[in-house]
Design a protein. Sequence first.
Length: 285
Amino acid sequence: METSSLAQRLSTRFVAGETLDQALAVARKLNAEGITVTLDHLGESVSTLAEAAEARDVYLRTLDAIHKNGIQGGVSLKLTQFGLDLSYEQCLSNVEQLVRRAADLGNYVRVDMESSDYTDRTLDLVHTLHDRYQAVGVVIQSYLYRSQADIEKLCAARIGVRLCKGAYLEPAAVAFPQKRDVDRNYVELARNLLERGVSPGLATHDEAVIRQICQFVTERKISRDSFEFQMLYGIRRDLQRRLVAEGFRLRLYIPFGKAWYPYYMRRLAERPANVFFMLRNLFRS
Ligand SMILES: Cc1cc2nc3c(=O)[nH]c(=O)nc-3n(C[C@H](O)[C@H](O)[C@H](O)COP(=O)(O)OP(=O)(O)OC[C@H]3O[C@@H](n4cnc5c(N)ncnc54)[C@H](O)[C@@H]3O)c2cc1C
């Protein structure tokens, strides 16, 4: 899929392109519309430490390019891409090089959250690097029962959180099976972060949830500069524009790179209607 030219055309719906230059071009355009960005070099679960080192080097180049081009934005990464399945120590060392560079450049690294097998190790690593450099934050998923307790610890350590619902298939032993519970927990955790968190990133396209958040910040007189909404590139562009027009801060997560297939399939799985749009584009082109 990743090398077929037809499939590559389809991926442009959610992916900025295969190269860093393409991602920077998209970032520049969004910055001009008042939207900040997070660049994500696609890839997960590398099988050798050499691949993990390569991923680190791509990210170091990305941070340098963001700085050189004056882009308003940072980077997001997945620890399995930095070697977490192979060696915690090596992964820590790879991410440390990146966070140190981000700190030197006045930038920031966001560590994405993967499936629940990785939650403890991800939080350990982020706490460790935050103690040393500050320039790092993490993602918390509202579908996990543990998230309230994790947020308590992160807020106490003044670590920035991006809140999302969660994109992996998890067992009922660790995650709410019902969507309405995931949504309810999202709003509860978001309120918590708005009152106590460090520049929370509220990552969702759910209009009902966003409405409740807007109502909460108005009632509590919480400054619109103290948090941001975050969305994925290519999803709910109408809602993105509306929030910016209403004076809310918005950041878009911009994936780029050749390894787009798992990311693309998660986006299709989230919304079956996307499969229809994909097929319609396929037959149009
Ligand atoms: C910036 C950002 C970073 C993220 N980082 C992580 C992470 O680190 N770890 C993780 O597990 N998950 C991450 N996610 C994914 C997240 O967990 C959800 O899977 C995803 O955002 C869909 O949930 P939702 O909150 O938009 O609500 P949903 O209830 O799933 O969707 C609400 C509405 O949003 C729209 N929508 C949602 N998804 C799509 C789609 N794929 N295509 C078209 N429309 C859609 C639809 O209108 C839908 O009705 C991230 C999401 C964002 C926005």
